[in-house]
Design a protein around this ligand. Sequence first.
Ligand code: GLC
Ligand code: GLC
Length: 642
Amino acid sequence: MQATTAQLLEQPVLLQQESQTLLKRFSQQLKPLAKQRWPELYTRLSTQLPALLRLYLSLYAERYDCYYHLEQLLKSLAKSLANRPDYLCQLDQQPQDWHKQNNQLGGACYVDLFAGDFEGLKQRIPYLKQTGINYLHLMPLFKAPEPNSDGGYAVSDYRTTMPSLGSMQQLAELMAELHQQGIRPVLDFVFNHTSDEHSWAQKAQKGDPDYRDFYFFLTEAERDRYAPSLREIFPEIRRGCFTQDPASGLWIWTTFNSFQWDLNYANPAVFNAMAEEMLFLANQGAAVLRLDALAFVWKEAGSNCENLPKAHLLIQAFNAVARIAAPALQFKSEAIVHPDEVVKYIAPTECQLSYNPLLMALLWNSLATRKTRLLTESLKRRFAIDPHCSWVNYIRCHDDIGWTFDDNVAWQLGINPEHHRHFLNQFYTGQFPGSFATGVPFQQNPVTGDCRVAGMLASLAGVEQAQLQQKPQHLEHALARIYLLNSVILSIGGLPLLYMGDELGLLNDYSFSQDPAKKDDSRWVNRVKVTETQLVQAKKPASLSGKIYQQLQQLLSCRNRLAVLGQGSTEILDSGNPHLFCYQRELAGDKLLALVNFSEQTQHLLLPATGSYTDELSGQRYQAGTIQLAPYQVLWLTPVSS
Ligand code: GLC
Ligand code: GLC
């Protein structure tokens, strides 16, 4: 008798048997599709099919055509593997723990802003290498509506690039070249939505029932089953999460902009179609895919439609697909949500990498308040992750800063989270008296009063204001803040990620407000062009950009000597001084103690151990006992062996 879905899901032995039966049944069809790669495919399916089957059944067992879709998916995997370039198949054989090494450094850029086009980017490889970058996130470069495409995050065709950047063929060549040069290319997988100009969306709009099912076309009553519990992401641009289709009068689900149509993953045809797009990108050379807006991919009435259990199963299913047809591929989670939810996406079977929005937001918080309690308490709870996975630690990116700390932790420390977020918004938009920051508000919600902040690292850290006011001491402090922030992302554990332009201290660009397609999205203030002239500054230590760049280089060369900063474990410590942040790294008995002074006052700390320490950054010796940290000073202390 055939096992039921429930039995298959509960009993691994039955699942295993079912997978073997399927593999036998489909082998004849898959073999010619996989061509010369059939032996690999067969081996991988023998071990991985049970996982994929379990996930597929968990998501789609209720569909009468579930097995039909599974069969189609397996055919796509076979075809994709047959087309996978040899150099990537070689990478598929290697271990994927590169992100844990102490020499790893990421960069993120828009191709057009950073280098003009794909050819220009090739020319910039020497600069990237000089900077130490060996992981490069190229932000959306796919065909997208013009002039407004949410910075490219509304994709009209995953297999065509923006003509102004070059062709897909050129992108593939660029990525192969990056690999050659020891830089792993990272692309976005914008899989929550397509643009309304995608051929699927256009067919849906014309009424094609198969493609209608790719999206959510809802009656008013259906819409109202979902609407009340949803969060608004871009409230300044449009209220609510739905956009009315003028032709049918139906409501299309659009979490972000009206031209970004959410995909309906309850339909297995959507999963299969997007799995094909994903593998296409992997075969062009992407080593990592950044899973854009992954928190939103599964919807259920009555919930807020964020971080639902099936969103996790869906991502795991994409991951299972990758393990079979592109094993070198890794996923990076872009979950800018509550810290408890962020960590749930991180697992070897889900996302091996994840942005660390909690660290990012709380570093800025500590600079504003000069206090480290919220940072320390929050990271104590939420820094530990699976040892095979890595945080991607960043200070700024192309998006806004959202204050996504845990309200409960704030309350425990006597901080009213709502008031505190209000303070942080005021502080970083320069409205709070004495603030050093020059940021811009992003998406003020007229109902909740919620708001986020946009701005480049240097502007938010005080460089812009200090220059305007011509205050040298303020400028010194601003540079010290940049150094301090960089020091933390380089040493706390994980892959540090620079937002290109920040390494040179480039300031906000306000010209977006003159551009009708950009003026309503203040994140453009931190999407700045990086010119050749600016790059030249990197090598001139007397220039401001040169200083910022050289400071970073000093940190990097120190980090590259210290293996403990790669694989080492991280323990967040109480410093006993409210202005100091303190953590210890440890690898096979080697220890490094990082001490960071978040205030512009001298601070003291009692080092309880005995013996002496070397500060790896300055070479200076410290004796155990009370030690002193200068304003914004950072120490990387290693014990001196006696
Ligand atoms: C991600 C992107 C952001 C975009 C959104 C919708 O958060 O980083 O720029 O607006 O997804 O695609
Ligand atoms: C992201 C985030 C949201 C962010 C937005 C646009 O997906 O979840 O908080 O502000 O997109 O940047």
